[in-house]
Design a protein around this ligand. Sequence first.
Ligand SMILES: Cc1ncc(COP(=O)(O)O)c(C=O)c1O
Length: 360
Amino acid sequence: MTRVFNFSAGPAALPEPVLRLAAEEMLDWHGSGMSVMEMSHRGKEFIAIHAEAEALLRELLAIPANYKVLFLQGGAIGQNAIVPMNLLRGKTRADYVDTGDWSKKSIKEAGHYCTVNVAASGKGSNFTAIPKQDAWRLDPDAAYVHICSNETIGGVEYHWTPDTGSVPLVADMSSNILSRPIDVSRYGLIYAGAQKNIGPAGLTIVIVRDDLIGQALPITPTAFDYAQQAANDSMLNTPPTYAIYIAGLVFRWIKDQGGLAAIEAHNRRKAAILYDFVDSSDFYTSPIAREDRSLMNVPFKLRDESLDAAFLKGAEARAMKQLKGHRSVGGMRASIYNAMPIEGVEALVAYMKEFEASNG
Ligand SMILES: Cc1ncc(COP(=O)(O)O)c(C=O)c1O
């Protein structure tokens, strides 16, 4: 068996010990005689799996008691509609900060439900930087302020938490949740699709302050009404049971690594190896402002684009997969989420040096 270094932006690499344990437990989970996939979500076994996953997530992120944790379906794109449906609370306007492709999708979808004020935009820098907060034009009567904390395609990340006063801050953290400690109390709501740092696609996590729920628009589907899901422990409909089980194993793995502070240190080391090399080279470039560079998704370009195909072919031959940049930006992108070992980044940089030496 050969495992590759998988630089996919998502679904992405999972920690190998998690996959091994899941394989061991596949046919018979803890003497139950069943796979987790075959269990009733109302049975005592799955209820224990679900409760443990939630408890571990609460512990890792130090989620305060007045926040609900929901395990839902529908993905982060689903949340682009579900957030305004639930959080407008009688208001008609919401602020959005546009930092790239994923913010734009959120803005477009929210426009079906409310008047969107684009409070700041990265357009002036061609989305290579996060607009500084002093340039934001926030609406004091907005229902909430929405950001994308890490733009998976463009590669910009907030390394600070915006101050939105009494207006709740909402963050799409799909691609950087659990990559470092955060202060959850600074947010009204956090959502994330699971398929990067959490587990398999199909699970969407929502962390929401409890005073913000209970006033969903009447058109809100019951399965996407946060208050109804919270009242039913996310089991109003059948939850994505297997994805929740794997997420629980990933949470335990993060805890075993030393928790989020240790994970952050590891992520910083990995990103530094790659960015330092790109910055030292005339052959490769990174367009992103240094202070806003993502630790999770590292886009880079070869100065001579005609070499892109040869670069990717050589990477594949060395078992490094999914390095092609998103079609909207071109070039390369190395996604180096929590599960990417340091050896994967070292192997990539060694290959980049070798490729430069033979093509530079
Ligand atoms: C930041 C961000 N938001 C939203 C999405 C869309 O998530 P989903 O495909 O789970 O709806 C993605 C990609 O997976 C993403 O990277």
